[in-house]
Design a protein around this ligand. Structure first.
Ligand code: SAH
Ligand code: SF4
Ligand code: F3S
Length: 464
């Protein structure tokens, strides 16, 4: 909240925000910008104009961390030319590396973890008064409840560089699952659900500002609200708080489409699958990360579902709609993964026919259980498996996209093409990207589109 008793308004300054990692980091960057705007900062995309550069970082794989370090190297040079420049590092690398990162990169002025983003304005002020960097990491177990930014202007700025049409809203923070490969429970702390009223208010505000589609975010959205249940609500065990929330958000009339990510298959219930069938705004698409197509590997990953259970969920979603589109995350070269176990992943990919896949080579992460597993897979084997998997998936993506030719799909247009004039991009209900030529602006509209061509990345359509 702007302090009415503050003596003089601070002078206007510019901030450059660079966001890595998942959509939750994007949503965090937007909340941080919202707080910085209260401190008279405006957003810039030019580093030469910036008084503050904020790197919101990702620690999920080793490569992600290296990118941050090399960016910090570049910023060090910039700071030599412009000593007043402040460098702030937030996000999962800041949390995981903490003081170690300050040692490696003393050019950092402010460093704080995802559990501390509300402290950003305070940390910047501390830094101004002190010769030492300001640092705040960790999670206070005693602080109950989801941390809401305390800002006067509720409307959340957009840092994506895209249009206002599709926006993200956080519904949980942290994760309690401790999959054995994953650093997130260590960088984002325990799972805390946000109050439904706060979520709905934020959705309404974004919709008032022009959003048409909202994606609700969490590392495991399906377990949303289990920590909010009171004794009386627990007496109705069939009412899932997440299903309740989706129903409430979907009921907002100005909302056109509602999506959510990420769904851990373990907590994906039949009632959630049913909700898709009776809620057209949810569309015909879900990202359902499986990680591996082999039961032994899944057990060692501690994913808590078998391949058969995963396929059961796929069946729930596709029973009434064979066109229902799915995407997934896959890790190749998890410790101990044999050639046969990898082949099982390929088999699953062929069986499910995902519209696209995010595939990764296993990357050992500090603090996680799997870093200590024996039989780490050699880099060359991981690379070969990744290549084989990507080749298979590319063919499936192309085949599925080609099957769209001749069909008419409802497309929500989200942004104009940067390269071609009078060209617009949108997505079908199945989340496929479509390019359409039009003399008038289509951004924000939902229109029936006939698909006339397709390649790996997008469909080409014409307005019906
Ligand atoms: N909460 C999500 C995953 C978030 S992390 C879920 O449970 O599905 C996004 C993806 O990064 C994961 O699904 C996984 O495929 C990948 N990933 C996470 N840790 C990894 C690691 N150590 N090495 C390689 N890929 C990893
Ligand atoms: Fe990581 Fe597993 Fe939590 Fe996803 S569910 S964030 S993979 S620990
Ligand atoms: Fe990366 Fe942290 Fe998200 S590690 S994927 S930014 S939760």
């Amino acid at each position: 909240m702007l302090n009415p008793s503050s003596e003089s308004p601070s002078k206007s300054r510019k901030v450059l925000i660079e966001t890595w990692g998942c959509q939750m980091n994007v949503a965090d960057s937007e909340n941080m910008l919202s707080m910085l705007q209260e401190e008279n900062y405006t957003l810039t995309d030019k580093e030469d104009d910036a008084d503050l550069v904020l790197l919101n970082t990702c620690h999920i794989r080793e490569k992600a961390k290296h990118k941050v370090l090399s960016r910090l190297g570049k910023l060090k040079e910039l700071k030599t030319q412009k000593p007043s420049l402040k460098i702030a590092v937030s996000g999962c690398v800041a949390q995981a590396e903490g003081k170690k990162l300050l040692k490696a990169a003393p050019q950092i002025d402010v460093l704080f973890g995802p559990g501390k983003i509300l402290e950003l304005p305070q940390l910047l002020k501390e830094r101004e008064k002190s010769r030492l960097p300001a640092i705040s990491v960790g999670f206070k177990r005693e602080t109950k409840g989801y941390p809401e930014p305390d800002v006067t202007n509720f409307s959340k700025p957009n840092v994506s560089g895209k249009t206002e049409i599709s926006r993200y809203v956080n519904i949980t923070q942290g994760c309690d699952n401790f999959c054995t490969f994953c650093v997130v429970p260590f960088t984002r702390g325990r799972e805390i659900s946000r109050q439904p009223e706060a979520i709905i208010n934020e959705c309404r505000s974004l919709l008032n500002d022009g959003a048409r589609e909202i994606t609700l975010l969490g590392q495991n959205v399906n377990s949303y609200g289990n920590d909010l249940l009171t004794d009386s609500s627990q007496s109705q065990p069939n009412r899932s708080p997440f299903v309740n929330l989706l129903e409430q958000v979907a009921a907002i009339p100005t909302l056109e489409r509602l999506r959510f990510t990420t769904s851990n298959p373990h907590d994906f219930t039949f009632s959630l699958a049913e909700l898709f069938a009776r809620t057209p705004k949810l569309g015909n698409y879900l990202h359902l990360p499986v990680q591996s197509g082999d039961d032994d590997v899944l057990e060692r990953m501690k994913r808590k579902v078998t391949v058969a259970e995963y396929l059961e969920r796929v069946h729930w979603l596709r029973a009434n709609n064979p066109d229902f589109a799915l995407s997934t995350d896959l890790i190749v070269g998890f410790p101990g993964e044999t050639e046969q176990q990898f082949e099982n992943t390929l088999n699953l990919v062929e069986q499910v026919r995902y519209s696209f896949v995010f595939s990764f080579m296993y990357s050992p992460r500090k603090n996680t259980a799997a870093i200590r597993f024996k039989e780490q897979v050699p880099e060359a084997t991981k690379q070969a498996r990744l290549k084989k998997l990507n080749h298979l998936q590319d063919n499936i993506t192309i085949a599925l996209n080609k099957e769209e030719i001749g069909k008419t799909r409802e497309v929500l247009f989200a942004y104009p093409s940067k390269k071609e004039a009078n060209c617009f991009y949108g997505r079908t209900n199945e989340f496929r990207l479509v390019k359409v030529a039009s003399e008038h602006d289509l951004v924000g509209q939902t229109q029936p589109v006939e698909i006339i061509d397709a390649n790996k990345t997008a469909l080409l359509g014409r307005l019906v």
